[in-house]
Design a protein around this ligand. Structure first.
Ligand SMILES: NC(=O)c1ccc[n+]([C@@H]2O[C@H](COP(=O)([O-])OP(=O)(O)OC[C@H]3O[C@@H](n4cnc5c(N)ncnc54)[C@H](O)[C@@H]3O)[C@@H](O)[C@H]2O)c1
Length: 405
C-alpha cells in the first residue's frame, strides 16, 4: 500500500521533509507519495505541489488531510496542537515537528489525545539520527560499536555548546521565532530542545536541573542565551550553553564533549563530526557513518545520489542502516513501537501497541519498485526522531524557578 502523505506547512522544514520523502521514494526506499500540501500562503502550497506532482494545494489543512494516511505537521509551533488534534480525529498517522507546543499543558493534552486515539505518532527530534551523535552515544554507553581499546568507564560529565545566528534571518526565511506567542520561547525551547534530548539520550535520565537565561536581542520572552546544568540519575553531570547570536557565518553548529573515567569522546559538529576519542593509548578519530559512506553504499543510479546525499545531510539521518526496515517510518505502517529503533520515544510517552495502530504494520518491508536497485536504508529516519521528553524537560527548566525567563 502506498502511504499517502499530507504536508501541512510549506516552509523551511516542510521543504526538507518533502524533498527527503521524494528522494526516498525515488530511491525505492519507501512506498509513499506526498499527495497534498497545505499552507496558509496558498502560493507556497501550490509551488510545493507543482514540484512534487501533487494534485492538492490548499490553504485549508482539513482539505489536505482528506484522502491522506499520514500527515507531517510543519507549521510554526503554536499551530501544532490544533493540527495534531485534527489529524488524530481523522485517524491519520502523525509526524509533528518539535517543539510539540508552546507550553507543557498543550504538550500533555496532545500526547494524551494521540494515545487515546491510537494513531501512530512521532515528533521531530532529529539528533538521535545524526551519525556522529549516535556514535558518541554508542561509545559512551558501549552499545554496538567498537570504541576505545580500553573500556571508557562510567560517564562523568559532558559539555554541549550549541550556537547559531538568531533564526529570523538567513536560511530561516520567517520571523515568527522572535514572537514568544508563536514560538513559546527562544533558544532553549525552539532550538536546544534537541540538546536536552541528546544529553538525556547519551547520559541517561535527568534528575535535577538549574538554568540561567539572558536576552540580548530584546524580543520579549525569547531568550537568546541559556546556560543549563543537568544532573543525571547515573551520577553524571552535563552542561549546555545555547546561544543565538548575530554571527551570520554560523548558521548552526554543536560541539559535544563527554568525559568518562577512562576516555574522553567528542565531536566538533553534530552533522559532519568527526568523532574523536582520547584514552590511555592516545587520541584518534572514530568512524561514524557519514553521508558520503551511506550514499556510497546505496544501490541507486548515480544520477540520484547527489540529491539523496543532500537529503541525508539535511536530515542528518545517517545512523539508520543497521536497522533498515525499522527506519522506514513514513506513514502509519512502520510507526508502531515494535518497529521503531530502540530508545526512540514516540510523541506520547508510552509505546503504542501494534494492535492499536490504525494500520497494521507489515511483517516485512515491501519490495522496492522495479526501477530501483536499492537496498539499504537511511531514510525518513533522517528527518524523524525524538520524543515528548524534550518538550517536557524544557518546560521543567522554566518550572525549576532557576531559569531567568
Ligand atoms: N526538527 C528540526 O530540526 C526543525 C528545524 C526547523 C524547524 N523545525 C520546526 O518546524 C516548525 C516549522 O518551522 P519552519 O522553520 O519550517 O517555519 P517556516 O516559517 O519556514 O514555515 C512555516 C510554514 O507554515 C505556514 N503556516 C503557518 N501557519 C499555518 C497554518 N495554520 N496552516 C498551514 N500553514 C501554516 C507558513 O505560511 C509557512 O510557510 C517549527 O515548529 C520549528 O520549530 C524543526
Amino acid at each position: 500500500m502506498t502511504v499517502r502523505v499530507a504536508m501541512v506547512g510549506c516552509g523551511f522544514i516542510g521543504g526538507i521533509h518533502s524533498r527527503a520523502l521524494r528522494g526516498l521514494v525515488r530511491g525505492g526506499l519507501v512506498d509513499a507519495e506526498v499527495v497534498a500540501f497545505a499552507d496558509e500562503d496558498v502560493e507556497r502550497a501550490r509551488a510545493f505541489a507543482d514540484a512534487h506532482g501533487a494534485v492538492v494545494a490548499t490553504d485549508d489543512p482539513g482539505a489536505a488531510l482528506d484522502g491522506a494516511d499520514a500527515v507531517w505537521v510543519c507549521t510554526p509551533t503554536s499551530e501544532h496542537r490544533r493540527l495534531v488534534e485534527q489529524a488524530a480525529d481523522a485517524g491519520l498517522a502523525i509526524f509533528c515537528e518539535k517543539p510539540l507546543a508552546t507550553n507543557l499543558d498543550d504538550v500533555e493534552a496532545m500526547a494524551g489525545m494521540v494515545e487515546a486515539s491510537g494513531v501512530a505518532h512521532q515528533v521531530g527530534l532529529v539528533l538521535r539520527a545524526a551519525a556522529p551523535v549516535a556514535c558518541v552515544r554508542d561509545m559512551v554507553q558501549q552499545t554496538g560499536r567498537p570504541m576505545a581499546t580500553t573500556p571508557p568507564g562510567r560517564p562523568m560529565a559532558a559539555v554541549l555548546r550549541d550556537d547559531q545566528y538568531f533564526p529570523d534571518q538567513g536560511q530561516y526565511g520567517s520571523t515568527w521565532r522572535a514572537d514568544v506567542a508563536v514560538a513559546g520561547g527562544g533558544t532553549l525551547l525552539e532550538h536546544s530542545i534537541h540538546d536536552v534530548d541528546v544529553l538525556a539520550w547519551v547520559l541517561g535520565p535527568v534528575e535535577e536541573v538549574s538554568a540561567h537565561t539572558a536576552n540580548f536581542a530584546g524580543h520579549v520572552g525569547v531568550e537568546d542565551v541559556a546556560v543549563v546544568t543537568l544532573r543525571h540519575a547515573s551520577g553524571a553531570t552535563s552542561s549546555l550553553v545555547s546561544v543565538w547570536h548575530q554571527i551570520l557565518s554560523r548558521p548552526s553548529t554543536r560541539r559535544l564533549e563527554v568525559f568518562c573515567e577512562q576516555a574522553m569522546v567528542w565531536l566538533d559538529d553534530e552533522q559532519s563530526g568527526p568523532v574523536r576519542v582520547a584514552d590511555a593509548q592516545g587520541e584518534r578519530q572514530v568512524t561514524a557513518i557519514t553521508a558520503r559512506d551511506w550514499i556510497g553504499e546505496l544501490a541507486v543510479p548515480m544520477s540520484w545520489r547527489p540529491g539523496l546525499a543532500a537529503y541525508a545531510a539535511a536530515g542528518r539521518g545517517l545512523a539508520c542502516r543497521r536497522r533498515p526496515a525499522r527506519c522506514l517510518a513514513v506513514g502509519a505502517r512502520w510507526c508502531c513501537a515494535p518497529c521503531w529503533p530502540p530508545g526512540w520515544p514516540l510523541l506520547s510517552s508510552g509505546a503504542l501497541p501494534r494492535s492499536r495502530c490504525s494500520r497494521a504494520a507489515p511483517a516485512t518491508r515491501p519490495p522496492a519498485p522495479a526501477r530501483s536497485e536499492s537496498s539499504s536504508s537511511a531514510t525518513a529516519g533522517g528527518v524523524l526522531g525524538g520524543g515528548l521528553s524534550g518538550s517536557l524537560t524544557a518546560r521543567r527548566l522554566r518550572r525549576s524557578g532557576r531559569c531567568g525567563r
